[in-house]
Design a protein around this ligand. Sequence first.
Ligand SMILES: [Zn+2]
Ligand SMILES: [Zn+2]
Length: 132
Amino acid sequence: MEIRSCPECGRVFVDTGVEVCPKCLQEEDRQFDTVRRFLQENPGVSIDHVCEETSVKKERILKFLRQGRLMQSRLTGVELRCDVCGAIILSGRVCDACVKKLQDVANELSPDSRASRTGKIHIFDHIRDTRK
Ligand SMILES: [Zn+2]
Ligand SMILES: [Zn+2]
């Protein structure tokens, strides 16, 4: 078992592939809920306003956006950019055009991946198959 220390609180925990310790992860989920609920009630507010009202750190909210857990369209005053080309995106790390380019490259590298262009389609196929 790998042991690592949490970058948030410094506590030592067993590495399960998650960045932070279980306690901080729980806290993060709680903060995510708070932010999500706040945005549901107040769509279109600025990210600074969300920070003030929910006392969740701006970096944390940006992280949620990066993870695709929050949609930027509900927020103002924040610009997410594609990791590859720098285009403005609404959520995640890479813009749609670059996702497509990356997929094309992946397809060229391994013909097998053609069958499952995206994880979603693959999952749908799987569900359909198991229903037979
Ligand atoms: Zn921690
Ligand atoms: Zn891009």
